[in-house]
Design a protein around this ligand. Structure first.
Ligand code: ADP
Length: 863
């Protein structure tokens, strides 16, 4: 403390120790001296005005007689022995001391050194300032940061702070966002899990990071998917509590899109490579290492990529040299190309086409080849096929040419050149097609052929061409097609295939000639000739038949010929013909036709089944002979026989009666020998009677007058009667009966007896050396069967079926020694047929025969 006099010099009167030490002074420095002389102002301190302020405080204290205080003011202290000052801050009170007259005697100047406190305060203030500054800067940074930042507070995530970049990302303005729940504003993001993420960060304090997360955002009126990288950090209050979340967001939509685009482009490229079956490889020429795609391996027959050596081993040995050469050339040319065969592990051979690009380093040294491989086996095959096709075309016997649109040919094959008289290929190119035709024929080419091919794509037909050298004009069959550009579809040429028709025409002429000859022959033949197909339809009749019936050729085809047949015969012929066609058997039928002049003629038609190369029945070829004359003669013969036998019958009957009377008379007279002769006569008369009977029967059969008298009779009884009678006529043969119980049969007993008689007498007659004849009866399938078996001459196989024909007798030396007319079996067969039965024979020449017939047990009454 200082005691200072109140006069204007402010002389220091006294001082205490504390003051001295505070101000680095001694008592001598101060006492009796003016305050401001000892403590002058610091010339470097221009702002504090400490001298003025101290004067003022002193004056105040003196004038007001009240203590005056100055707080925290700067008053620097000179540093002893230097010109320097020491910065000091003070809080000082100047307290006036009064006498009894209330006059200021002196005042006490008591400064307190507050430098440290002041400096402390100052620093604090500066600190606060700096903090403020920092805040400001932070806010500026925050607001200008290129990333989006926001603070969401409370459990509703009210936007407390948000910077423009984030607003931009969200597609909102700052004002739209501030003070509102972020989900209220960005309602498209509601319910997508962001709430939970924020809650998690707010409640646990663990930050959350997301990369390229897709978020739906409404921007410019459109909801779009934005890809965002974001971080959620907890927002701590001063007290350490988490009151919200700081979100730091950057949009990476473009990067994601770009990445997707690249990925897609890569995928597309990969797909494209895969789709065309391209295998890829990367060969390091320095190390020899090669990496390949799976497809590349596949092309070489491997399932997965293998080492380069394996691939090399796969090459067909004949193509290895080619491969080496391709690689050598590649280093110079910069591109690798070869097509080589590779042998797969299964030994199958495939073609591969390998292409690559060589990559060089700075020293122009080839270091790498990048390339592709493709399986071209199919292509190769196609090329080979094409080659074959070309060979085929070149060697074709037909003319093959390609016409350019300028009217000249670009190609004519060898056959064509020869056909047209071309000698060089150049000639082909330079000769306009107009020269290849006679002028009158070229009209057709110009006006029909070419326009049709161009408009319709094709023309086929006959035309004439001209030989360039000889000038001969000859016909060809031409087949032209338009050739289109496979890409644009525009016409690029016309292909023609021409066949020289001269040989064909010559052959046709020959055929026609021979056909004419044949036609002449068949027309000249007095026989009808015909052909039918497999279904029985007539396909040909000759002129003879047409002339007979006087109808058109066409009207006779199919089934038209039947109309030419007499009504009474038509159905029979039709049925027989159709049956024969179905059974594919020889066909033979007799019928009557009406000739154009109205006369009725008998015909015998026969047909022989025909078979095609595949052994399939193809119909008949047949003839039709006019048998009217024969029929006429036969009729005359029948009539004669009829009349003759009828006329003979009466006298023979009388003769027989007289012989019997004569025999009895002679016996009475005891003329035994004469009677014996008469008996022999009677036997001969019996034979004569039988012959006449047979002849009469035949005429009856032929005229359809054979009578039948059907009734029930015991079959075996009949057999026994007949056998008994016949046993009497032979002493040599023993007739053995082998009869099954048959019972009653319905039929004409006499006629059936006649058949049995005939069979047994034949058996006796044609087995002159045998002793036995077996007659047996049998029931089978409601049929009664009778068989007569002998052990005599037998009948040759080829004659078996003919023995039932009228007047047929087996020829041969022995046979002719037996009497007969060849009518017995014919009559028997007719009888059996009329009784609805069957008759047949089995025989072996020299061994014997067995004649059988079968009759139905019950004949239908209505027949
Ligand atoms: P015919 O006996 O009057 O000549 P048939 O019609 O009875 O006439 O017989 C026809 C022909 O069949 C005979 O001529 C004969 O050649 C032959 N034939 C018939 N029966 C027999 C038989 N049992 N054995 C050998 N040939 C026979």
């Amino acid at each position: 403390m200082l005691i200072v006099s109140p006069d204007e010099n402010y002389i220091m009167l006294d001082v205490n120790e504390a003051y001295l030490s505070e101000t680095n002074t001694t008592r001598e420095d101060l006492v009796g001296k003016s305050v401001f002389a000892v403590f002058p102002g610091n010339p470097t301190d221009e702002v504090s005005k400490n001298i003025e302020r101290t004067y003022y405080s002193f004056e105040q204290a003196v004038q007001t007689k009240q203590p005056h205080t100055m707080s925290n003011y700067r008053y620097d202290i000179p540093v002893r022995g230097t010109d320097e000052f020491e910065e000091r801050y003070w809080t000082t009170t100047n307290t006036p001391i009064l006498d009894e007259n209330d006059q200021v005697i002196y005042f006490i100047h008591s400064p307190r050194n507050v430098t440290e406190i002041y400096q402390l305060q100052e620093r604090e203030r500066a600190g606060v300032e700096a903090l403020k500054m920092q805040r400001k800067q932070l806010y500026a940074t925050f607001m200008q940061a290129p990333v989006g930042i926001a603070i969401f507070r409370g459990e509703d995530y009210i936007v407390d702070l948000i910077n423009p970049p984030l607003c931009e990302i969200y597609g909102k303005t700052v004002n739209e966002m501030l003070g509102k729940s972020v989900f209220e504003v960005l309602h498209h993001a509601k319910g997508l899990g962001y709430e939970q993420l924020l809650d998690e960060v707010r409640l646990t304090g663990v930050p959350f990071k997301a990369q390229a997360s897709a978020a739906p955002l409404m921007r410019n009126g459109i909801v779009e998917t934005a890809y965002l990288n974001f971080v959620y950090e907890p927002f701590y209050e001063d007290d350490g509590l988490i009151s919200g979340v700081i979100a730091i967001v950057t949009e990476v939509t473009e990067e994601v899109a770009a990445k997707q685009y690249i990925e897609e482009a890569e995928e597309r490229a990969r797909l494209a490579v895969d789709a065309v079956g391209l295998g890829t490889f990367d060969l390091n020429l320095l190390t020899g290492e090669m990496s390949t795609s799976a497809l590349f391996a596949n092309i070489f027959g491997f399932e997965v990529p293998v080492a380069r050596e394996e691939y090399i081993k796969a090459f067909h040995e004949d193509d290895l040299a080619l491969w080496t050469k391709a690689h050598e050339e590649a280093k110079e040319k910069g591109v690798l190309f070869y097509e080589a065969r590779v042998k797969w592990p299964d030994q199958s051979v495939h073609w591969a086409r390998v292409e690559g690009r060589v990559i060089y380093n700075r020293d122009s040294e080839a270091t790498r080849i990048l390339g592709t491989a493709i399986d071209i086996t199919e292509q190769r095959k196609a090329r080979e096929e094409q080659q074959k096709l070309i060979t085929l075309v070149a060697n074709s016997v037909d003319l093959m040419s390609i016409l350019r649109m300028d009217g000249t040919n670009s190609y004519i094959n060898e056959a064509g050149k020869k056909m047209l008289g071309f000698t060089t290929a150049e000639e082909v190119l330079n000769t306009p097609i107009s020269q290849l035709h006679a002028p009158e024929d070229y009209n057709l080419v110009q006006n029909e052929v070419l326009p049709t091919v161009i408009s319709k794509g094709q023309w086929a037909g006959r035309m004439h061409i001209r030989h360039l050298q000889t000038g001969e004009v000859f016909p060809v069959f031409n087949n032209c097609i338009r050739i289109n550009d496979p890409i644009t579809g525009e016409i690029i040429g016309i292909g023609a295939v021409m066949r020289d028709q001269r040989p064909e025409l010559a052959a046709k002429q020959a055929i026609e000639d021979s056909e004419q000859l044949l036609r002449n022959i068949t027309t000249a033949a007095p026989t009808g000739l015909w052909m039918s197909n497999a279904s029985g339809s007539l396909t040909y009749v000759n002129q003879t038949w047409v002339d007979w019936v006087g109808l058109s050729y066409d009207s006779q085809l199919g089934f038209g010929w039947l109309e030419s047949i007499l009504d009474q015969d038509r159905e029979k012929v039709k049925q027989k013909f159709l049956r024969a066609t179905v059974q594919q058997q020889l066909f033979e039928v007799e019928f009557r036709i009406v000739h154009v002049d109205g006369t009725i003629h008998w015909c015998l038609a026969t047909g022989k089944p025909q078979y095609d190369k595949g052994e399939n029945f193809s119909g008949y070829i047949g003839s039709c002979v006019d048998i009217t004359e024969q029929k006429h003669l036969q009729q005359q013969k029948d009539d004669f026989i009829g009349i003759a036998s009828h006329e003979l019958k009466t006298p023979v009957t009388s003769i027989k009666a007289y012989t019997q009377i004569l025999e009895r008379m002679l016996l009475k007279k005891g003329e035994e020998m004469e009677a014996g002769m008469i008996r022999k006569m009677d036997a001969q008369i019996n034979r004569l009677t039988n012959l006449i009977g047979d002849l009469l029967d035949v005429t009856k059969i032929n005229s359809g007058k054979l009578q039948f008298n059907d009734r029930n009779f015991d079959f075996n009884e009949l057999v026994q009667e007949v056998v008994e009678d016949l046993q009497r006529t032979t002493e040599q043969h023993q007739l053995i009966e082998n009869l099954e119980n048959i019972g009653i049969v319905y039929g004409d007993k006499e006629r059936i007896g006649q058949v049995i008689t005939n069979l047994v007498s034949n058996a006796i007659k044609y087995s002159p050396l045998a002793q036995q004849i077996v007659i047996h009866t049998q029931l089978s399938d409601n049929e009664v069967i009778l068989g007569v078996e002998d052990f005599g001459l037998g009948i040759a196989e080829d004659k078996l079926n003919r023995v039932f024909e009228q007047f047929y007798r087996v020829s041969g030396d022995i046979q002719h020694t037996f009497p007969g007319l060849g009518l017995g079996l014919y009559i028997s067969a007719e009888i059996i047929k009329r009784e609805h039965g069957r008759i047949w024979v089995n025989s072996t020449l020299g061994r014997g025969s067995k004649f059988c017939f079968a009759l139905p047990m019950r004949k239908k009454i209505n027949k």
